[in-house]
Design a protein around this ligand. Structure first.
Ligand code: AMP
Length: 603
């Protein structure tokens, strides 16, 4: 059968995929599935498409074209060398490179494709995409909306009515769509976005932060020199990616400038907190679009069945946090957000060809992994707080670290107590292992400790704890962390139930005590060498607000329709204040919601 491929023709990156044995596979070249959407001419006049064109862009912008997708459907021409081209022709060069990539690996010609476009593309833009396909020698069997493609990777054979919210933040564009699927018919109910907002803007903010600091220190503006600027830009983009998984990133570039005959090096550390403060206003704008899309679709947050993340920039954890707080449910990114749309296009192509397809299979952590620390509950310190570090449904292998602080003054040791599960209270989760780090500096409480978890595909979990000030580190390896959970789960559940039946009122003690402890002498409770999670402003308020939202969700089902609207409105206010980190507003909104719930509970 002649293959029908799926193509994501993106503003910054493009990919091509095909369903094989029921699963979409993205074609790679030199191990890379992504083709940068750049077209250029080399110094010798040779056509460059992809990484080669992208690499020359900073130094030879007059010979390079990027983001041609923004011009699709317009009656304009772009100059490349001494020739002028229509946007379709440039897009056709990208499509041909993708087509050649697939054909070379399949060993057969590729002539048919499903190509994706943003939901907001108008007829002229869609027609231009079709023409680009034809110019590249492809019969375009369907033009597919990007959010529809993304939704197909999670649920290709949808029977019952399902609504997904697809939040797509790429390098240069943002859009959010609400997609409804039933009996194989998928429609986009609403779509909003900002065609000038993306991960590249985060890079620019970081670039300015780094360059401003360098300028303050050395009196030299690195932005003024093209080569220095492009080096810093590349470094901050890498730092940005690192900050998605770790609390700090170091930016190091040697010999970046010269002053009085002396070489200057760039060496700076950025914390995730600083970075999040920088990008928060941009993310607020995306949250406004989420609300507008819901309003346009005439839906409330709780009528969304699944929230799906698409686009590389959605790996930023603050996005997940804000969406989860705003929509009251987890945001999914198990399917690689860079490749999701191409895979969905391939699934649509397979459906058109009459082939069997299933949801995209990925190796993920079935449970969150994290450590015990002191958190806050109902305004009081809570010593059984579970701080997840690798969250449930994270694709494997995964490496994540988080920052914690010592709880007591002169605390020279700290216990790292690793659990997996989903409860905020570790006593309802499962202990995976624990160890003691000794020899910490004698300093006041608040000594920063970075705890890192590395989980590989075989379920081997590496846990390390490092005192930031000195680099003192201890590490343990826990074999079989995942299988062990499955095995222990039954036993522990049974034990818990038995205890519950035996002790009316429930078990209060630590039920996870096991023999494999690294601690030799038991300690009095007040001396527990505990850690506290990051001293986040508003942490207490946020914890209380989340508990209140959970309670409201539970009550919603048995609430009269006329009250439901009011509860939803108040819940939205709480979520908005939570995501905007406006603690005063949050307290006021929580009080109002709590009063309403009190009345409803009584009714
Ligand atoms: P896309 O257009 O979907 O390919 O997304 C590209 C954007 O995602 C670029 O701005 C990348 O810097 C960004 N990106 C990729 N990986 C990460 C990551 N781990 N954390 C944050 N941003 C990322």
């Amino acid at each position: 059968m002649e293959p029908i491929v799926g193509i994501d023709l993106g503003t910054t990156n493009s990919e091509i995929a095909l369903v094989r044995d029921g699963q979409p596979v993205v074609f790679e070249e030199n191990g890379d599935p992504i083709l940068p959407s750049f077209v250029g001419l080399s110094e010798e006049g040779r056509l460059l498409v992809g990484a080669a064109a992208k690499n020359q862009w900073v130094l030879a912008p007059e010979r390079t074209i990027k983001s041609i997708k923004r011009k699709m459907g317009q009656d304009v021409k772009v100059k490349l060398g001494d020739q002028e081209y229509r946007p379709q022709e440039i897009s056709a060069m990208i499509l041909k490179a993708l087509r050649d990539r697939a054909a070379a690996q399949l060993g057969v010609p590729v002539t048919k494709a499903v190509i994706t476009v943003p939901a907001y593309f108008n007829d002229a833009q869609r027609q231009a995409t079709r023409e680009a396909g034809e110019l590249a020698g492809l019969e375009v069997v369907r033009i597919l909306n990007e959010p529809t493609a993304a939704s197909l990777t999670y649920d290709p054979n949808q029977r019952e009515l399902r609504r997904m919210l697809v939040y797509d933040l790429g390098g240069g564009t943002f859009d959010v769509s609400i997609v409804q699927a039933q009996q194989g018919v998928v429609e986009v109910l609403a779509s909003h976005g900002d065609t000038q907002l993306g991960g590249d803007d985060f890079d620019d903010l970081l670039l300015n932060l780094v360059c401003d600091r360098f300028q303050q220190e050395h009196g030299i503006d690195l932005r003024a020199n093209l080569v220095a600027r492009s080096r810093v830009l590349r470094a901050v983009e890498a730092a940005k990616r690192h900050l998605s998984y770790h609390p700090f990133a170091r930016i190091e570039e040697e010999f970046i400038a010269e002053k009085d005959g002396q070489a200057l090096h760039l060496n700076m550390e950025i914390s995730r907190q600083e970075y999040e403060t920088l990008i928060q206003p941009l993310l607020d704008r995306t949250m406004d679009c989420v609300q507008r899309a819901l309003d346009d679709a005439n839906l409330i947050a709780s009528s969304i069945d699944k929230v799906v993340l698409v686009g590389g920039a959605t790996r930023t954890p603050l996005i997940t946090q804000m969406l989860e707080e705003r929509l009251g449910q987890p945001a999914h990114q198990e399917v690689n957000p860079d490749l999701c749309v191409a895979m969905g296009a391939a699934i649509q192509a397979a459906i058109i060809a009459g082939a069997e397809v299933g949801s995209v299979l990925v190796d993920i952590t079935p449970h969150s992994l994290g450590i015990k620390c002191v958190g806050s509950q109902h305004g009081f310190p809570f010593e059984y707080h579970f701080a997840p570090i690798i969250r449930r449904n994270t694709p494997l292998p995964a490496s994540r670290s988080e920052l914690f602080y010592t709880f007591h003054d002169n605390q020279t040791e700290v216990e790292i107590d690793v659990y997996q599960g989903e409860s905020d209270d570790v006593r309802h989760n499962h202990r995976v292992g624990r160890f003691l780090v000794q020899g910490l500096s004698r300093v006041p409480a608040g000594n920063p400790i970075v705890v890192q978890l590395d989980l590989n595909l075989d379920g081997i979990l590496k846990v390390s704890a490092r005192e930031r000030a000195t680099g003192l580190q201890k590490q343990v390896v826990i074999e079989n962390a995942l299988a062990r959970f499955e095995r222990e789960e039954l036993g522990q559940a049974r034990e818990r139930l038995e205890r519950l039946w035996a002790l009316p009122g429930g078990a209060e003690e630590d039920e996870n005590e096991d023999e494999e402890t690294y601690r030799s002498t038991p300690q009095a409770e007040e001396e527990l060498p505990s850690l506290v999670s990051g001293p986040r402003e508003g942490q207490r308020e946020a914890v209380q607000a989340r508990a209140l939202l959970e309670k409201a969700e539970r009550l919603l089902d048995r609430t009269q329709p006329e009250d439901r609207v009011e509860v939803e409105r108040l819940m939205t206010r709480v979520r908005t204040a939570l995501t905007d980190r406006q603690w005063d507003k949050l307290t006021a909104a929580c009080n109002e919601l709590a009063d309403t719930l009190f009345y409803l509970e009584d009714a």
